[in-house]
Write a protein that binds this ligand. Structure first.
Ligand SMILES: C[S@@+](CC[C@H](N)C(=O)[O-])C[C@H]1O[C@@H](n2cnc3c(N)ncnc32)[C@H](O)[C@@H]1O
Length: 249
């Protein structure tokens, strides 16, 4: 196990009706190797095993009528109680997150906060979602993958874990790779090129072949600014605001 000095590996505990969906894609490539090394831990808990009746039901019809089924608060709460038990050393596992299209949209800033903590509990909804009372009673943090509706929280949980795990020291090869990525400086990333230098009559920008690192860095920053300004006015406005005092100084 390659734990950072004195730090237990980052741990995700996933509550789901489909535990067989994990680790899924996270069992492969860099995340999978890191999982094997014990650089991070993944535990799944089957929500159905907390069902209270002999039919093992986890959902029921919505009060007030309407389509679909709703996940029962008593069953989900029992699953959360089991998942939130602190580790043997008394450390809390981290925030309890309900993956939900109504939540705050997942950002790199939130991903970093989670990666800096001990781990998290990820609750995957199904059907029409959870009974509101268990969200309130447990103070769940609702996190969305974006403005669209998935069939369940499992893919969202996998995406969140993928983003967190690659920030864990040692999981990715070079730390510089992370430092220059989209969102790190509040900018989208500059464009990349590799061999061949000319492909279908399209040449790689001259400066990248110059070997002049200062010029290359300046070109990349300009490109990152341009792509952010044209594609993401929201990010650009925040970046320009932060850069303003520096320009004046
Ligand atoms: C079919 S969806 C429920 C959608 C819900 N009735 C609504 O309209 O907001 C079932 C589950 O998928 C998950 N889910 C769906 N879209 C998501 C998103 N954009 N981000 C995160 N989780 C999502 C949630 O866990 C949700 O409880």
């Amino acid at each position: 196990m390659t734990e950072e000095a004195g730090r237990a590996p980052w741990k995700a505990r996933v509550l789901t009706l489909f535990p067989e969906m994990f680790p899924g894609p996270l069992g492969h490539s860099l995340a999978g190797k890191a999982l094997e090394r014990g650089d991070w831990c993944l535990e799944t808990m089957d929500i159905r095993s907390f069902a209270l009746d002999k039919h093992r039901s986890v959902d029921d019809t919505p009060f007030g009528g309407g389509p679909g089924m709703v996940m029962r608060p008593d069953v989900v709460d029992a699953a959360l109680a089991a998942a939130l038990v602190p580790a043997a050393d008394g450390r809390p596992i981290g925030p309890a997150i309900y993956l939900s299209p109504r939540g705050r949209v997942l950002t790199q800033a939130l991903v970093k906060d989670l990666a800096d903590g001990p781990g998290c509990v990820l609750l995957c909804g199904r059907y029409e979602g959870l009974d509101e009372r268990v969200i309130e009673a447990r103070g769940l943090m609702e996190v969305s993958l974006g403005d669209f509706v998935l069939s369940g929280g499992e893919l969202a949980a996998l995406a969140l874990m993928d983003a967190v795990v690659r920030l864990i020291p040692g999981v990715m090869g070079a730390a510089e790779t992370l430092a220059e990525e989209s969102f790190e400086r509040g900018l989208l990333e500059y464009p990349h090129y590799t061999r061949p230098a000319v492909w279908q009559d399209r040449a790689v920008p001259e400066v990248l072949l110059s070997g002049h690192h200062e010029k290359i860095n300046a070109w990349r920053l300009r490109q990152a600014e341009e792509v952010t300004r044209s594609r993401r006015p929201d990010l650009w406005a925040a970046y320009a605001k932060r850069a303003e005092p520096k320009r004046k100084a």
